[in-house]
Design a protein. Structure first.
Lengths: 368, 254
Protein backbone atom coordinates (compact mmCIF):
# COMPACT_ATOMS: atom_id res chain seq x y z
CA UNK A 1 0.00 0.00 0.00
CA UNK A 2 1.25 3.46 -0.93
CA UNK A 3 0.15 6.53 1.05
CA UNK A 4 1.49 10.05 1.00
CA UNK A 5 1.00 13.37 2.74
CA UNK A 6 2.52 16.80 2.27
CA UNK A 7 3.05 18.97 5.32
CA UNK A 8 5.16 22.09 5.56
CA UNK A 9 7.07 21.39 2.35
CA UNK A 10 7.80 17.84 3.46
CA UNK A 11 6.47 14.94 1.47
CA UNK A 12 6.06 11.75 3.45
CA UNK A 13 5.71 8.51 1.55
CA UNK A 14 4.39 5.62 3.62
CA UNK A 15 5.14 2.26 2.06
CA UNK A 16 3.64 -0.94 3.35
CA UNK A 17 2.68 -4.44 2.25
CA UNK A 18 3.32 -5.66 -1.26
CA UNK A 19 4.37 -3.00 -3.71
CA UNK A 20 5.32 -5.06 -6.74
CA UNK A 21 4.09 -4.08 -10.20
CA UNK A 22 2.80 -0.80 -8.77
CA UNK A 23 1.07 0.66 -11.81
CA UNK A 24 -1.77 2.75 -10.38
CA UNK A 25 -1.59 5.48 -13.00
CA UNK A 26 -4.01 7.87 -11.26
CA UNK A 27 -2.30 7.64 -7.90
CA UNK A 28 1.14 8.14 -9.39
CA UNK A 29 -0.08 11.16 -11.36
CA UNK A 30 -1.69 12.62 -8.22
CA UNK A 31 1.53 12.24 -6.20
CA UNK A 32 3.62 13.87 -8.93
CA UNK A 33 1.12 16.72 -9.35
CA UNK A 34 0.77 17.41 -5.62
CA UNK A 35 4.52 17.27 -5.14
CA UNK A 36 5.04 19.69 -8.01
CA UNK A 37 2.63 22.23 -6.52
CA UNK A 38 4.65 22.51 -3.32
CA UNK A 39 8.20 23.70 -2.98
CA UNK A 40 9.46 20.55 -1.35
CA UNK A 41 12.52 20.70 0.82
CA UNK A 42 12.34 17.22 2.21
CA UNK A 43 11.15 13.81 1.12
CA UNK A 44 10.64 11.34 3.91
CA UNK A 45 10.25 7.66 3.03
CA UNK A 46 8.81 5.36 5.71
CA UNK A 47 8.82 1.68 4.92
CA UNK A 48 8.52 -0.16 8.18
CA UNK A 49 5.85 -2.54 6.97
CA UNK A 50 7.08 -2.89 3.39
CA UNK A 51 7.23 -6.55 2.38
CA UNK A 52 8.00 -6.77 -1.34
CA UNK A 53 8.90 -4.19 -3.93
CA UNK A 54 10.42 -3.86 -7.37
CA UNK A 55 11.63 -1.26 -9.86
CA UNK A 56 8.17 0.28 -10.28
CA UNK A 57 8.41 1.64 -6.71
CA UNK A 58 11.99 2.80 -7.19
CA UNK A 59 10.95 4.55 -10.44
CA UNK A 60 8.26 6.47 -8.54
CA UNK A 61 10.62 7.65 -5.81
CA UNK A 62 13.33 8.45 -8.36
CA UNK A 63 10.95 10.59 -10.42
CA UNK A 64 9.74 12.44 -7.31
CA UNK A 65 13.29 13.28 -6.31
CA UNK A 66 14.23 14.28 -9.88
CA UNK A 67 11.20 16.60 -10.02
CA UNK A 68 12.75 18.69 -7.28
CA UNK A 69 15.99 18.86 -9.28
CA UNK A 70 18.00 17.48 -6.38
CA UNK A 71 17.10 20.35 -4.04
CA UNK A 72 15.44 18.16 -1.43
CA UNK A 73 16.74 16.37 1.57
CA UNK A 74 15.87 12.68 1.62
CA UNK A 75 15.20 10.85 4.83
CA UNK A 76 14.86 7.08 4.98
CA UNK A 77 12.95 5.65 7.93
CA UNK A 78 13.23 1.88 8.26
CA UNK A 79 13.65 1.54 4.51
CA UNK A 80 15.17 -1.81 3.44
CA UNK A 81 18.86 -1.17 2.86
CA UNK A 82 18.71 -2.56 -0.68
CA UNK A 83 15.90 -0.17 -1.62
CA UNK A 84 17.79 2.82 -0.24
CA UNK A 85 20.96 1.63 -1.95
CA UNK A 86 19.19 1.39 -5.29
CA UNK A 87 17.71 4.90 -5.00
CA UNK A 88 21.11 6.27 -4.07
CA UNK A 89 22.71 4.42 -6.97
CA UNK A 90 20.23 5.93 -9.44
CA UNK A 91 20.93 9.41 -8.05
CA UNK A 92 24.66 9.13 -7.57
CA UNK A 93 25.72 8.20 -11.08
CA UNK A 94 23.76 10.91 -12.80
CA UNK A 95 25.54 12.03 -15.94
CA UNK A 96 24.16 14.60 -18.31
CA UNK A 97 24.36 14.27 -22.06
CA UNK A 98 26.77 16.80 -23.50
CA UNK A 99 25.75 16.53 -27.13
CA UNK A 100 23.81 19.51 -28.40
CA UNK A 101 20.54 18.74 -30.13
CA UNK A 102 20.80 19.79 -33.78
CA UNK A 103 18.88 22.96 -34.52
CA UNK A 104 16.32 22.99 -37.31
CA UNK A 105 17.54 25.20 -40.14
CA UNK A 106 15.31 27.78 -41.83
CA UNK A 107 13.85 26.65 -45.19
CA UNK A 108 16.26 28.54 -47.48
CA UNK A 109 19.31 27.38 -45.51
CA UNK A 110 18.12 23.80 -45.44
CA UNK A 111 17.63 23.86 -49.25
CA UNK A 112 21.13 25.30 -49.60
CA UNK A 113 22.64 22.73 -47.29
CA UNK A 114 20.84 19.88 -49.00
CA UNK A 115 22.03 21.09 -52.44
CA UNK A 116 25.58 21.42 -51.18
CA UNK A 117 25.45 17.88 -49.74
CA UNK A 118 24.13 16.52 -53.06
CA UNK A 119 26.95 18.27 -54.92
CA UNK A 120 29.52 16.85 -52.50
CA UNK A 121 28.01 13.40 -52.93
CA UNK A 122 28.15 13.76 -56.74
CA UNK A 123 31.81 14.78 -56.54
CA UNK A 124 32.50 11.80 -54.29
CA UNK A 125 30.87 9.54 -56.88
CA UNK A 126 33.00 11.01 -59.68
CA UNK A 127 36.12 10.60 -57.57
CA UNK A 128 35.17 6.97 -56.93
CA UNK A 129 34.82 6.42 -60.69
CA UNK A 130 38.26 7.97 -61.21
CA UNK A 131 39.75 5.66 -58.56
CA UNK A 132 38.22 2.69 -60.33
CA UNK A 133 39.59 3.81 -63.67
CA UNK A 134 43.07 4.06 -62.15
CA UNK A 135 42.61 0.58 -60.67
CA UNK A 136 41.62 -0.71 -64.08
CA UNK A 137 44.76 0.82 -65.57
CA UNK A 138 46.84 -0.86 -62.86
CA UNK A 139 45.07 -4.11 -63.65
CA UNK A 140 46.03 -3.82 -67.31
CA UNK A 141 49.62 -3.13 -66.31
CA UNK A 142 49.47 -6.10 -63.95
CA UNK A 143 50.18 -4.08 -60.81
CA UNK A 144 46.70 -4.10 -59.26
CA UNK A 145 46.42 -5.92 -55.94
CA UNK A 146 43.56 -8.25 -56.77
CA UNK A 147 43.22 -11.89 -55.76
CA UNK A 148 42.33 -14.30 -58.53
CA UNK A 149 40.23 -16.38 -56.15
CA UNK A 150 38.09 -13.35 -55.21
CA UNK A 151 37.50 -12.60 -58.85
CA UNK A 152 36.50 -16.21 -59.59
CA UNK A 153 34.21 -16.24 -56.58
CA UNK A 154 32.29 -13.13 -57.67
CA UNK A 155 32.32 -14.34 -61.27
CA UNK A 156 30.70 -17.58 -60.19
CA UNK A 157 28.13 -15.69 -58.12
CA UNK A 158 26.98 -13.48 -60.97
CA UNK A 159 27.17 -16.01 -63.77
CA UNK A 160 25.54 -19.45 -63.71
CA UNK A 161 24.08 -18.93 -60.24
CA UNK A 162 21.94 -16.11 -61.69
CA UNK A 163 20.71 -18.16 -64.67
CA UNK A 164 17.60 -19.45 -62.90
CA UNK A 165 16.12 -16.15 -61.79
CA UNK A 166 17.04 -14.30 -65.01
CA UNK A 167 15.50 -17.10 -67.10
CA UNK A 168 12.28 -17.15 -65.11
CA UNK A 169 11.74 -13.39 -65.14
CA UNK A 170 12.60 -13.05 -68.84
CA UNK A 171 10.36 -15.97 -69.78
CA UNK A 172 7.47 -14.33 -67.96
CA UNK A 173 8.16 -10.93 -69.54
CA UNK A 174 8.19 -12.51 -73.03
CA UNK A 175 4.92 -14.23 -72.21
CA UNK A 176 3.31 -11.00 -70.99
CA UNK A 177 4.55 -9.03 -74.02
CA UNK A 178 3.06 -11.63 -76.34
CA UNK A 179 -0.26 -11.67 -74.50
CA UNK A 180 -0.59 -7.87 -74.46
CA UNK A 181 0.58 -7.59 -78.10
CA UNK A 182 -1.80 -10.34 -79.24
CA UNK A 183 -4.85 -8.48 -77.94
CA UNK A 184 -4.00 -5.43 -80.05
CA UNK A 185 -2.91 -7.35 -83.12
CA UNK A 186 -5.99 -9.53 -83.17
CA UNK A 187 -7.98 -6.39 -84.03
CA UNK A 188 -6.09 -6.16 -87.31
CA UNK A 189 -5.82 -9.91 -87.91
CA UNK A 190 -2.02 -9.91 -87.75
CA UNK A 191 -1.47 -12.00 -84.62
CA UNK A 192 1.52 -13.69 -86.23
CA UNK A 193 3.48 -10.45 -85.80
CA UNK A 194 3.43 -11.08 -82.08
CA UNK A 195 6.54 -13.16 -82.72
CA UNK A 196 8.25 -10.15 -84.35
CA UNK A 197 7.18 -7.86 -81.53
CA UNK A 198 8.63 -10.16 -78.91
CA UNK A 199 11.83 -10.81 -80.86
CA UNK A 200 12.57 -7.14 -81.55
CA UNK A 201 11.68 -5.83 -78.09
CA UNK A 202 13.55 -8.56 -76.22
CA UNK A 203 16.73 -8.36 -78.27
CA UNK A 204 16.82 -4.59 -78.60
CA UNK A 205 16.23 -3.55 -74.99
CA UNK A 206 13.80 -5.58 -72.87
CA UNK A 207 16.16 -8.53 -72.38
CA UNK A 208 18.89 -6.17 -71.17
CA UNK A 209 16.57 -4.22 -68.89
CA UNK A 210 15.10 -7.34 -67.32
CA UNK A 211 18.54 -8.88 -66.75
CA UNK A 212 19.71 -5.52 -65.37
CA UNK A 213 16.83 -5.17 -62.92
CA UNK A 214 17.19 -8.76 -61.72
CA UNK A 215 20.95 -8.43 -61.29
CA UNK A 216 20.58 -5.09 -59.56
CA UNK A 217 18.29 -6.60 -56.93
CA UNK A 218 20.29 -9.79 -56.67
CA UNK A 219 23.98 -8.96 -57.14
CA UNK A 220 24.11 -5.18 -56.69
CA UNK A 221 22.35 -5.50 -53.33
CA UNK A 222 24.67 -8.32 -52.34
CA UNK A 223 27.76 -6.19 -53.17
CA UNK A 224 26.44 -3.30 -51.07
CA UNK A 225 25.60 -5.59 -48.14
CA UNK A 226 28.95 -7.43 -48.27
CA UNK A 227 31.09 -4.31 -48.50
CA UNK A 228 28.85 -2.50 -46.00
CA UNK A 229 29.36 -5.27 -43.46
CA UNK A 230 33.11 -5.12 -44.14
CA UNK A 231 32.92 -1.40 -43.37
CA UNK A 232 31.07 -2.10 -40.12
CA UNK A 233 33.69 -4.72 -39.15
CA UNK A 234 36.53 -2.28 -39.96
CA UNK A 235 37.87 -4.65 -42.65
CA UNK A 236 37.97 -1.79 -45.15
CA UNK A 237 39.97 0.33 -42.69
CA UNK A 238 42.38 -2.59 -42.31
CA UNK A 239 42.89 -2.73 -46.08
CA UNK A 240 43.54 1.01 -46.21
CA UNK A 241 46.08 0.89 -43.39
CA UNK A 242 47.87 -1.99 -45.09
CA UNK A 243 48.20 0.20 -48.17
CA UNK A 244 45.96 -1.99 -50.30
CA UNK A 245 43.79 0.15 -52.61
CA UNK A 246 40.20 -0.74 -51.79
CA UNK A 247 39.18 -0.27 -55.40
CA UNK A 248 41.81 -2.81 -56.57
CA UNK A 249 40.98 -5.40 -53.99
CA UNK A 250 37.22 -5.15 -53.64
CA UNK A 251 35.70 -3.12 -56.45
CA UNK A 252 37.63 -4.12 -59.56
CA UNK A 253 36.89 -7.87 -59.39
CA UNK A 254 33.20 -7.12 -59.02
CA UNK A 255 33.06 -4.62 -61.88
CA UNK A 256 34.99 -6.86 -64.27
CA UNK A 257 32.94 -9.93 -63.31
CA UNK A 258 29.61 -8.21 -63.81
CA UNK A 259 30.67 -6.49 -67.05
CA UNK A 260 31.75 -9.89 -68.38
CA UNK A 261 28.65 -11.80 -67.37
CA UNK A 262 25.92 -9.25 -68.06
CA UNK A 263 26.11 -9.57 -71.89
CA UNK A 264 25.79 -13.36 -71.48
CA UNK A 265 22.82 -12.93 -69.16
CA UNK A 266 21.27 -10.58 -71.71
CA UNK A 267 21.63 -13.32 -74.37
CA UNK A 268 19.95 -15.75 -72.04
CA UNK A 269 17.23 -13.23 -71.25
CA UNK A 270 16.61 -12.62 -74.99
CA UNK A 271 16.27 -16.33 -75.64
CA UNK A 272 13.99 -16.98 -72.66
CA UNK A 273 11.79 -14.00 -73.53
CA UNK A 274 11.34 -15.31 -77.06
CA UNK A 275 10.57 -18.74 -75.65
CA UNK A 276 7.88 -17.19 -73.41
CA UNK A 277 6.39 -15.44 -76.46
CA UNK A 278 6.49 -18.71 -78.41
CA UNK A 279 4.47 -20.41 -75.68
CA UNK A 280 1.68 -17.86 -76.19
CA UNK A 281 2.02 -18.06 -79.99
CA UNK A 282 1.75 -21.84 -80.04
CA UNK A 283 -0.62 -22.65 -77.21
CA UNK A 284 -2.88 -19.57 -77.15
CA UNK A 285 -2.81 -18.19 -80.68
CA UNK A 286 -2.46 -21.65 -82.29
CA UNK A 287 0.55 -21.09 -84.57
CA UNK A 288 2.81 -23.97 -85.49
CA UNK A 289 6.39 -23.83 -84.14
CA UNK A 290 7.78 -23.49 -87.67
CA UNK A 291 5.46 -20.62 -88.50
CA UNK A 292 6.25 -18.78 -85.27
CA UNK A 293 10.00 -19.31 -85.71
CA UNK A 294 9.89 -18.08 -89.31
CA UNK A 295 8.45 -14.71 -88.30
CA UNK A 296 10.73 -14.47 -85.29
CA UNK A 297 13.76 -15.14 -87.51
CA UNK A 298 12.65 -12.48 -89.98
CA UNK A 299 12.44 -9.89 -87.19
CA UNK A 300 15.81 -10.71 -85.65
CA UNK A 301 18.71 -8.50 -86.60
CA UNK A 302 22.32 -8.57 -85.54
CA UNK A 303 22.18 -4.79 -84.97
CA UNK A 304 19.43 -5.06 -82.34
CA UNK A 305 21.11 -8.05 -80.75
CA UNK A 306 24.44 -6.21 -80.40
CA UNK A 307 22.76 -3.08 -79.08
CA UNK A 308 21.06 -5.21 -76.40
CA UNK A 309 24.39 -6.80 -75.48
CA UNK A 310 26.04 -3.38 -75.29
CA UNK A 311 23.31 -2.21 -72.92
CA UNK A 312 24.00 -5.28 -70.77
CA UNK A 313 27.68 -4.42 -70.70
CA UNK A 314 26.93 -0.86 -69.54
CA UNK A 315 24.37 -2.06 -66.99
CA UNK A 316 26.97 -4.41 -65.54
CA UNK A 317 29.22 -1.41 -64.89
CA UNK A 318 26.39 0.64 -63.36
CA UNK A 319 25.19 -2.14 -61.06
CA UNK A 320 28.67 -3.00 -59.80
CA UNK A 321 29.58 0.67 -59.33
CA UNK A 322 26.42 1.49 -57.37
CA UNK A 323 26.66 -1.66 -55.21
CA UNK A 324 30.33 -1.08 -54.38
CA UNK A 325 29.98 2.69 -53.90
CA UNK A 326 27.16 2.45 -51.38
CA UNK A 327 28.83 -0.51 -49.63
CA UNK A 328 32.18 1.21 -49.21
CA UNK A 329 30.68 4.52 -48.06
CA UNK A 330 28.26 2.78 -45.68
CA UNK A 331 27.93 3.87 -42.03
CA UNK A 332 29.04 1.81 -39.07
CA UNK A 333 25.83 0.15 -37.94
CA UNK A 334 23.31 -2.45 -39.07
CA UNK A 335 20.84 0.23 -40.13
CA UNK A 336 23.40 1.76 -42.48
CA UNK A 337 23.95 -1.59 -44.21
CA UNK A 338 20.23 -1.80 -44.91
CA UNK A 339 20.22 1.77 -46.18
CA UNK A 340 23.28 1.11 -48.37
CA UNK A 341 21.61 -1.94 -49.91
CA UNK A 342 18.41 -0.05 -50.69
CA UNK A 343 20.30 2.94 -52.09
CA UNK A 344 22.43 0.65 -54.27
CA UNK A 345 19.40 -1.02 -55.84
CA UNK A 346 17.40 2.19 -56.31
CA UNK A 347 20.36 4.13 -57.73
CA UNK A 348 21.41 1.40 -60.11
CA UNK A 349 17.88 1.10 -61.52
CA UNK A 350 17.54 4.87 -61.86
CA UNK A 351 20.94 5.18 -63.55
CA UNK A 352 20.15 2.25 -65.85
CA UNK A 353 17.00 4.00 -67.05
CA UNK A 354 18.77 7.36 -67.44
CA UNK A 355 21.64 5.81 -69.40
CA UNK A 356 19.19 3.83 -71.54
CA UNK A 357 17.50 7.10 -72.49
CA UNK A 358 20.83 8.67 -73.40
CA UNK A 359 21.98 5.61 -75.39
CA UNK A 360 18.65 5.40 -77.23
CA UNK A 361 18.97 9.01 -78.39
CA UNK A 362 22.57 8.41 -79.48
CA UNK A 363 21.71 5.21 -81.38
CA UNK A 364 18.75 6.86 -83.10
CA UNK A 365 20.89 9.86 -84.05
CA UNK A 366 23.40 7.48 -85.62
CA UNK A 367 20.59 5.69 -87.44
CA UNK A 368 20.99 2.44 -85.50
CA UNK B 1 14.04 -9.31 -3.93
CA UNK B 2 15.63 -9.03 -0.56
CA UNK B 3 16.21 -12.72 0.15
CA UNK B 4 19.60 -13.34 1.67
CA UNK B 5 19.66 -17.12 1.71
CA UNK B 6 22.25 -18.58 -0.61
CA UNK B 7 20.93 -21.48 -2.64
CA UNK B 8 21.82 -22.64 -6.17
CA UNK B 9 19.96 -20.66 -8.79
CA UNK B 10 21.77 -22.40 -11.63
CA UNK B 11 22.86 -26.00 -11.47
CA UNK B 12 24.70 -27.73 -14.28
CA UNK B 13 25.41 -31.45 -14.10
CA UNK B 14 27.69 -33.44 -16.40
CA UNK B 15 27.45 -31.02 -19.30
CA UNK B 16 29.15 -31.98 -22.53
CA UNK B 17 29.29 -30.01 -25.74
CA UNK B 18 31.15 -30.25 -29.02
CA UNK B 19 31.10 -29.43 -32.69
CA UNK B 20 30.97 -32.63 -34.76
CA UNK B 21 33.69 -34.93 -33.46
CA UNK B 22 35.44 -32.11 -31.61
CA UNK B 23 34.52 -32.00 -27.91
CA UNK B 24 34.72 -28.58 -26.32
CA UNK B 25 33.73 -29.61 -22.78
CA UNK B 26 33.22 -32.98 -21.14
CA UNK B 27 31.09 -33.76 -18.10
CA UNK B 28 31.40 -30.43 -16.35
CA UNK B 29 29.32 -29.74 -13.24
CA UNK B 30 28.92 -26.60 -11.14
CA UNK B 31 26.40 -24.56 -9.20
CA UNK B 32 25.82 -20.83 -9.17
CA UNK B 33 24.37 -19.54 -5.90
CA UNK B 34 21.82 -16.78 -5.60
CA UNK B 35 23.36 -13.28 -5.33
CA UNK B 36 26.74 -14.55 -6.51
CA UNK B 37 28.89 -12.75 -9.01
CA UNK B 38 30.04 -15.87 -10.75
CA UNK B 39 32.99 -15.68 -13.12
CA UNK B 40 33.66 -18.13 -15.93
CA UNK B 41 37.39 -17.99 -16.61
CA UNK B 42 39.67 -19.78 -19.03
CA UNK B 43 42.04 -19.35 -21.93
CA UNK B 44 40.93 -18.29 -25.40
CA UNK B 45 38.89 -20.94 -27.19
CA UNK B 46 38.19 -23.07 -24.12
CA UNK B 47 34.43 -22.66 -24.49
CA UNK B 48 33.56 -19.86 -22.05
CA UNK B 49 31.17 -18.07 -24.36
CA UNK B 50 29.73 -21.38 -25.54
CA UNK B 51 29.03 -22.34 -21.95
CA UNK B 52 27.27 -18.99 -21.48
CA UNK B 53 25.16 -19.68 -24.57
CA UNK B 54 24.24 -23.08 -23.15
CA UNK B 55 23.24 -21.53 -19.83
CA UNK B 56 21.08 -18.94 -21.57
CA UNK B 57 19.38 -21.62 -23.67
CA UNK B 58 20.68 -20.33 -27.00
CA UNK B 59 22.61 -23.57 -27.53
CA UNK B 60 21.83 -27.09 -26.39
CA UNK B 61 24.31 -29.24 -24.50
CA UNK B 62 25.01 -32.60 -26.12
CA UNK B 63 24.64 -34.26 -22.72
CA UNK B 64 23.83 -33.27 -19.17
CA UNK B 65 21.19 -31.38 -17.19
CA UNK B 66 20.84 -27.68 -16.51
CA UNK B 67 18.36 -26.03 -14.20
CA UNK B 68 18.08 -22.26 -14.22
CA UNK B 69 15.87 -20.72 -11.54
CA UNK B 70 14.10 -24.06 -11.18
CA UNK B 71 13.42 -24.40 -14.93
CA UNK B 72 15.13 -27.27 -16.74
CA UNK B 73 16.72 -26.41 -20.08
CA UNK B 74 16.12 -29.24 -22.49
CA UNK B 75 18.22 -30.01 -25.55
CA UNK B 76 15.18 -30.05 -27.83
CA UNK B 77 14.35 -26.48 -26.76
CA UNK B 78 17.65 -25.01 -27.94
CA UNK B 79 17.09 -21.53 -29.34
CA UNK B 80 13.59 -21.39 -27.79
CA UNK B 81 14.17 -19.99 -24.33
CA UNK B 82 11.38 -20.93 -21.89
CA UNK B 83 8.97 -18.02 -21.22
CA UNK B 84 9.75 -18.01 -17.49
CA UNK B 85 13.46 -17.56 -18.09
CA UNK B 86 12.86 -14.61 -20.39
CA UNK B 87 11.54 -12.75 -17.35
CA UNK B 88 14.13 -13.94 -14.88
CA UNK B 89 17.27 -13.66 -17.04
CA UNK B 90 18.89 -10.72 -18.78
CA UNK B 91 21.86 -10.87 -21.12
CA UNK B 92 24.57 -8.30 -21.76
CA UNK B 93 26.38 -9.09 -24.99
CA UNK B 94 29.99 -8.18 -25.71
CA UNK B 95 29.13 -5.16 -27.86
CA UNK B 96 25.96 -4.22 -25.99
CA UNK B 97 23.94 -5.52 -28.99
CA UNK B 98 21.64 -2.53 -28.97
CA UNK B 99 19.30 -2.16 -31.94
CA UNK B 100 20.89 0.57 -34.00
CA UNK B 101 17.64 1.81 -35.51
CA UNK B 102 16.13 2.46 -32.07
CA UNK B 103 16.89 5.10 -29.47
CA UNK B 104 18.13 4.00 -26.03
CA UNK B 105 14.61 4.58 -24.72
CA UNK B 106 13.10 2.26 -27.34
CA UNK B 107 15.80 -0.35 -26.78
CA UNK B 108 15.16 -0.53 -23.05
CA UNK B 109 11.37 -0.17 -23.30
CA UNK B 110 11.17 -3.14 -25.67
CA UNK B 111 11.26 -5.97 -23.09
CA UNK B 112 8.89 -4.00 -20.83
CA UNK B 113 6.38 -3.57 -23.66
CA UNK B 114 6.78 -7.21 -24.63
CA UNK B 115 6.43 -8.86 -21.23
CA UNK B 116 4.48 -6.51 -18.96
CA UNK B 117 1.10 -4.77 -19.01
CA UNK B 118 2.53 -1.55 -17.61
CA UNK B 119 1.16 1.78 -18.82
CA UNK B 120 3.27 3.84 -21.21
CA UNK B 121 3.93 6.39 -18.44
CA UNK B 122 5.25 3.75 -16.07
CA UNK B 123 7.38 2.23 -18.82
CA UNK B 124 8.82 5.68 -19.47
CA UNK B 125 9.61 6.12 -15.76
CA UNK B 126 11.19 2.68 -15.56
CA UNK B 127 13.38 3.34 -18.60
CA UNK B 128 14.55 6.62 -17.02
CA UNK B 129 15.34 4.77 -13.79
CA UNK B 130 17.26 1.98 -15.53
CA UNK B 131 19.29 4.50 -17.52
CA UNK B 132 20.02 6.44 -14.32
CA UNK B 133 21.12 3.22 -12.61
CA UNK B 134 23.76 2.67 -15.27
CA UNK B 135 24.80 6.32 -15.24
CA UNK B 136 23.08 7.38 -18.44
CA UNK B 137 20.28 9.59 -17.13
CA UNK B 138 19.05 11.91 -19.87
CA UNK B 139 20.30 9.78 -22.76
CA UNK B 140 16.85 8.42 -23.64
CA UNK B 141 16.69 10.00 -27.10
CA UNK B 142 20.19 9.08 -28.20
CA UNK B 143 20.88 6.40 -30.81
CA UNK B 144 23.57 3.79 -30.12
CA UNK B 145 25.71 5.32 -32.89
CA UNK B 146 25.75 8.61 -30.98
CA UNK B 147 27.30 7.22 -27.79
CA UNK B 148 30.63 5.56 -26.99
CA UNK B 149 31.32 1.82 -26.77
CA UNK B 150 31.40 1.90 -22.97
CA UNK B 151 28.09 3.74 -22.87
CA UNK B 152 26.61 1.19 -25.29
CA UNK B 153 27.60 -1.52 -22.82
CA UNK B 154 25.97 0.36 -19.98
CA UNK B 155 22.82 0.84 -22.04
CA UNK B 156 22.93 -2.88 -22.89
CA UNK B 157 23.10 -3.57 -19.16
CA UNK B 158 20.11 -1.27 -18.58
CA UNK B 159 18.17 -3.30 -21.15
CA UNK B 160 19.26 -6.54 -19.51
CA UNK B 161 17.99 -5.16 -16.18
CA UNK B 162 14.68 -3.88 -17.58
CA UNK B 163 12.55 -6.68 -16.17
CA UNK B 164 14.33 -6.87 -12.78
CA UNK B 165 15.85 -10.23 -13.69
CA UNK B 166 17.19 -12.56 -11.05
CA UNK B 167 20.17 -13.51 -13.22
CA UNK B 168 22.18 -11.37 -15.63
CA UNK B 169 24.62 -13.06 -18.00
CA UNK B 170 27.49 -10.94 -19.30
CA UNK B 171 29.87 -11.89 -22.10
CA UNK B 172 33.23 -10.17 -21.56
CA UNK B 173 31.74 -6.90 -20.33
CA UNK B 174 35.08 -5.15 -19.81
CA UNK B 175 36.54 -6.07 -23.19
CA UNK B 176 37.55 -2.98 -25.14
CA UNK B 177 36.93 -0.53 -22.30
CA UNK B 178 39.45 1.89 -20.85
CA UNK B 179 40.55 1.14 -17.25
CA UNK B 180 38.29 3.82 -15.73
CA UNK B 181 35.20 2.73 -17.65
CA UNK B 182 36.03 -0.87 -16.83
CA UNK B 183 36.32 -0.03 -13.12
CA UNK B 184 33.05 1.93 -13.26
CA UNK B 185 31.32 -1.04 -14.84
CA UNK B 186 32.71 -3.32 -12.12
CA UNK B 187 31.38 -0.96 -9.46
CA UNK B 188 28.03 -0.97 -11.20
CA UNK B 189 27.89 -4.78 -11.05
CA UNK B 190 28.73 -4.65 -7.33
CA UNK B 191 26.11 -1.96 -6.68
CA UNK B 192 23.41 -3.80 -8.58
CA UNK B 193 24.34 -7.07 -6.93
CA UNK B 194 24.12 -5.37 -3.56
CA UNK B 195 20.94 -3.35 -4.15
CA UNK B 196 18.88 -5.55 -6.47
CA UNK B 197 20.35 -8.84 -5.30
CA UNK B 198 20.94 -9.78 -8.93
CA UNK B 199 23.05 -12.85 -9.64
CA UNK B 200 25.66 -12.16 -12.28
CA UNK B 201 27.28 -14.84 -14.44
CA UNK B 202 30.19 -13.19 -16.19
CA UNK B 203 32.57 -14.53 -18.81
CA UNK B 204 35.82 -12.68 -18.39
CA UNK B 205 39.57 -12.90 -18.57
CA UNK B 206 40.19 -9.38 -17.28
CA UNK B 207 42.09 -10.11 -14.09
CA UNK B 208 41.46 -6.80 -12.26
CA UNK B 209 37.73 -7.24 -12.87
CA UNK B 210 37.76 -10.86 -11.81
CA UNK B 211 39.43 -10.06 -8.47
CA UNK B 212 37.29 -6.97 -7.83
CA UNK B 213 33.86 -8.43 -8.40
CA UNK B 214 34.05 -12.23 -8.44
CA UNK B 215 32.57 -13.99 -5.42
CA UNK B 216 32.81 -17.42 -7.06
CA UNK B 217 34.35 -18.74 -10.24
CA UNK B 218 35.25 -21.71 -12.38
CA UNK B 219 38.28 -22.18 -14.59
CA UNK B 220 37.61 -24.03 -17.85
CA UNK B 221 40.59 -25.87 -19.24
CA UNK B 222 40.85 -26.27 -22.99
CA UNK B 223 43.09 -29.35 -22.75
CA UNK B 224 41.20 -31.51 -20.29
CA UNK B 225 37.88 -30.01 -21.48
CA UNK B 226 36.87 -29.75 -17.87
CA UNK B 227 36.78 -27.46 -14.85
CA UNK B 228 40.16 -27.51 -13.14
CA UNK B 229 39.51 -24.88 -10.48
CA UNK B 230 36.47 -23.63 -8.65
CA UNK B 231 36.04 -21.04 -5.89
CA UNK B 232 36.57 -17.41 -4.98
CA UNK B 233 39.15 -15.96 -7.41
CA UNK B 234 41.15 -14.34 -4.59
CA UNK B 235 41.29 -17.67 -2.76
CA UNK B 236 42.34 -19.40 -5.95
CA UNK B 237 45.17 -16.91 -6.32
CA UNK B 238 46.33 -17.64 -2.78
CA UNK B 239 46.10 -21.42 -3.19
CA UNK B 240 46.10 -22.23 -6.91
CA UNK B 241 45.07 -25.86 -7.51
CA UNK B 242 47.32 -26.15 -10.56
CA UNK B 243 50.19 -24.39 -12.28
CA UNK B 244 47.95 -23.46 -15.18
CA UNK B 245 45.49 -21.65 -12.92
CA UNK B 246 48.34 -19.91 -11.10
CA UNK B 247 49.78 -18.72 -14.42
CA UNK B 248 46.37 -17.49 -15.55
CA UNK B 249 45.71 -15.58 -12.35
CA UNK B 250 49.18 -14.03 -12.27
CA UNK B 251 49.23 -13.09 -15.96
CA UNK B 252 51.74 -15.78 -16.85
CA UNK B 253 54.20 -14.92 -14.08
CA UNK B 254 56.98 -17.54 -13.92
Amino acid sequence: MLEYQIEKSTLTLKLSGNLKDEDNENQRAAIYADAQKQKLTKICIEAEALKTWDSTLVALIYKLIKQTQGKTEIEYIRVPKHLAALINLALSVDRKPTQETPQKLPFIESVGQSTYEKWQSFKKGLNFMKENWLSFMRCIKGTAIMRKVDFLFVLEDCSYKAFGIVSLISFMVGLILAFVGAVQMQMFGVEIYVSSLVAISMTRIMGAIMAGIVMSGRTGASYAATLGTMQVNEEIDALKTMGVPVTDFLVLPRIIALMMTMPLLVMLSDFMGMLGGAMVGMFVLGFSPAEYWEYTYKALSMKNFLIGMFHGFVYGYIIAMCGCYYGIFCGRNANSVGLATTSAVVSSIVWMIVITGVLTVIFVEFGL
Amino acid sequence: MTAEKKSPIISANNLSFGYGDFMLMKDISFNVNEHDIFIIMGGSGCGKSTLLHILTGLKAAAKGDIKVDGTPLKAEQAGKIPEKLMHSCGILYQSGALFSSMTLFENIAMPLQQYTDYSDKLISELVSLKLALVGLAGFEDFYPSEISGGMCKRAGLARALALDPKIVYCDEPSAGLDPISSRNLDNLFLDLNESLGTTFVIVSHELPSIFTIGSNSIYLDGETKNIIAQGNPKELLKNPPSEKVRQFLTRGEK
